[in-house]
Design a protein around this ligand. Sequence first.
Ligand code: AMP
Length: 206
Amino acid sequence: MGDETRSKFKRICVFCGSNSGNRTVFSDAAFDLGREMVNRRISLIYGGGSVGLMGMISQAVYDGGCHVLGVIPKALVPIEISGETVGEVKVVSDMHERKAVMAEQADAFIALPGGYGTMEEVMEMITWSQLGIHDKPIGLLNVDGYYNSLLELFDKGVHEGFIKPACRHIVISATNANELLAKMELYTPLHKQVAPRQSWEIAEVL
Ligand code: AMP
């Protein structure tokens, strides 16, 4: 506990692959992020289950003695689909409710490498920030350049006039968990929200 670092985040939602990827660098990164969260006493919110990188990060945070909340749609609950979930489990009706619960409960969001599911989840949180539904930090853990081409696409979006430069600032990225968390701690939104926070129905994020 001697090297414990204080964090302003109490709960971080981590989106990540339901697969582990083909190289150990990805599982190493999931365990490392879990340890960095434990060092800062940050709880985990994630998609539930033990498949792929989801299982690794949840085990690392749980073993470190921090709270783990798995938010899992009822269709994915069967053990043969998602595996055992460590910690607390909240069963929700569908994917929309899952994301809304995650968005409401978390102080910040991190995407580890993953596939379509991970990309869709983190993109939704980016667009919700742009719209003004939330103003929580969003980090891409760019393990071994996994997200380079996505980050380049965002830069192209700015260059071609589809993403405002201030909105590009919504996406924080770093190659390791320690640096990513440090950058996320310092995040302050630069963009003007499309619509003020109070104008969004509360049901939108509950
Ligand atoms: P992907 O990045 O495509 O592997 O998808 C990861 C996301 O999809 C997770 O955060 C979950 O929301 C969902 N997902 C896909 N497969 C499963 C599964 N077997 N168990 C739980 N969640 C899953």
